[in-house]
Design a protein around this ligand. Structure first.
Ligand SMILES: Cc1cc2nc3c(=O)[nH]c(=O)nc-3n(C[C@H](O)[C@H](O)[C@H](O)COP(=O)(O)OP(=O)(O)OC[C@H]3O[C@@H](n4cnc5c(N)ncnc54)[C@H](O)[C@@H]3O)c2cc1C
Ligand code: SF4
Ligand code: SF4
Length: 419
């Protein structure tokens, strides 16, 4: 591993799977789908591979990010990243609202960017046509392309693997990804002004953690999909808010079958969330602090059923993001109502608790001699200190238990297929 820091980031459980290293150096670094560890980079074993790996650390936010680069004005900003303005709303296009994960705001904003010429393409992820359990990064140029991505994929995805394509392309793009994806893109944009010139806007979706392929297979089993069946459709969210987890498949008898739906709470809480990677448990940005705009679920006003009319929580992080949301509202691409800036904490009590636990978890790792991500300028200690005593203790003791149970001192080694 000497001289190959990217392999070392993976080995030390610090990789988020964003794909930026592979996106920046596609000749030498490939993303691999490892069923247990997630989508992770594999570096070519050569001097040129090691050099690419060393250079790629400049775009890797997995090992840490720098919050001192952000404009943080008050305690709300210190906890969640810059919050210039917040709204609740949905895409005005009824089909986008229906198909979207929450209210379709991300897809609605992407379509607004394409239709107004603000950007020529939208970089986002979508289910792979040849295996719907996996995701691929696409650059969409029209509504049909964007619709392929509508609805969250509670599975591994590496949208930053498109960095070289974005840079080589002749159009400006909007980039959509999870907070860790956007943090790496933000790092890459600071490092490479030519790339920054091509990315007009970044949109982050809120994220509590990305489950692995084992989780998707467990979900399919719960949905009654037989092993070896050809999957025709697999949805984790959307088709109403929050939407049912549901699959359609063709069995060996040639019959097409649609499963019953598993409600979001049961699917996420009972099946998927326990398969999140350890990196997600020490993640200190679940709401996209480095984005221009972040979008999540307004859980403070939860849906009354499984397939309600969708609603999105929309947060402007930068002046550019705020101007874009306001322009999309004026053009009636999205409908939004203003909310107070402290709405995120009320909408996301789980993420508040997780943020609070991160300092304790990272400290417990360091006490064991294990590395942990380093996010400069973030007030993680203060958030941990604000937790009740029991939760403080649990964050440390629970981590030690996890280290022993999962043998987290063992280096992560990747096996799987290159994409
Ligand atoms: C793994 C995961 C965990 C999440 N956890 C939370 C949470 O704790 N709290 C919360 O409020 N919201 C969470 N979300 C986000 C939420 O599900 C919605 O994506 C968000 O509210 C935007 O909804 P929308 O209807 O506006 O987006 P849509 O219009 O449906 O668009 C969704 C966009 O997200 C992109 N996308 C989907 N899956 C992924 C992925 N795995 N990686 C990168 N990009 C992806 C799509 O390409 C699409 O562009 C999570 C999403 C994922 C994928
Ligand atoms: S976090 Fe992203 S850039 Fe860093 S090693 Fe992992 S995939 Fe590569
Ligand atoms: S929890 Fe954090 S590290 Fe994990 S996928 Fe979500 S944003 Fe990335």
């Amino acid at each position: 591993m000497n001289g190959d820091p990217i392999t070392s980031v993976v080995a030390r459980n610090q990789c988020t799977g964003c794909g930026a290293c592979a996106g920046a150096f596609p000749e030498f670094i490939k993303m691999v789908e490892d069923a247990t560890h997630g989508r992770r980079p594999l570096v070519t074993r050569s001097e040129a591979g090691c050099q690419a790996s060393r250079d790629a650390t400049a775009v890797c936010a997995g090992q840490g990010s720098n919050w001192t680069q952000l404009r943080l004005g008050d305690e709300i900003d210190e906890a969640w990243g810059p919050v210039r303005a917040a709204w609740e709303g949905w895409a005005e296009d009824p089909e986008i609202r229906y198909r979207g994960s929450s209210g379709g705001a991300v897809t609605g904003l992407g379509l607004f960017a394409l239709e107004t010429g603000f950007a020529g393409g939208v970089v986002h992820v979508a289910a792979r046509q040849d295996d719907l359990r996996l995701n691929e990064t696409v650059i969409s140029h029209d509504r049909a392309g964007l619709m392929r991505g509508a609805g969250s994929r509670y599975a591994q995805a590496s949208p930053c693997d498109a960095l070289a394509r974005i840079k080589a392309g002749d159009e400006k793009v909007v980039f959509v990804g999870k907070p860790c994806d956007v943090a790496s893109v933000s790092k890459a944009m600071r490092h490479d002004p030519e790339l920054a010139e091509k990315i007009s806007l970044t949109i982050a979706i809120f994220c509590a953690g990305a489950p692995n392929l084992v989780a998707t297979d467990a979900l399919l089993k719960s949905l009654g999909v037989p092993k070896g069946a050809t999957i025709r459709d697999l949805r984790y969210r959307g088709n109403g808010w929050p939407g049912l987890m549901q699959a359609t498949w063709v069995g060996s008898d040639g019959q097409e079958t649609k499963s019953n739906g598993i409600p979001y709470g049961a699917g996420w809480g009972g099946i998927l969330q326990s398969h999140r990677r350890w990196r997600c448990r020490v993640c200190a940005d679940h709401s996209g602090a480095f984005a221009d705009i972040s979008v999540g679920d307004p859980w403070h006003a939860p849906p009354s059923g499984n397939e309600d009319a969708g609603r999105s929580l929309v947060v402007a992080r930068t002046a550019r993001g705020q101007a874009f949301v306001e322009a999309a509202r004026r053009s009636q691409s999205i409908y939004v109502e203003t909310r107070p800036r402290d709405v995120i904490a009320r909408a996301q009590p789980n993420l508040s608790a997780t943020n609070g636990a991160v300092w304790g978890r990272r400290m417990a790792m360091r006490m064991f001699g294990l590395g942990a991500p380093q996010d400069r300028g973030q007030k993680l200690l203060a958030q941990w200190w604000a937790l009740p005593m029991k939760q403080k203790a649990l964050s440390v003791l629970g981590t030690w238990k996890r280290i022993l149970r999962d043998r987290l001192w063992q280096p992560v080694r990747i096996s799987g297929r290159t994409q």
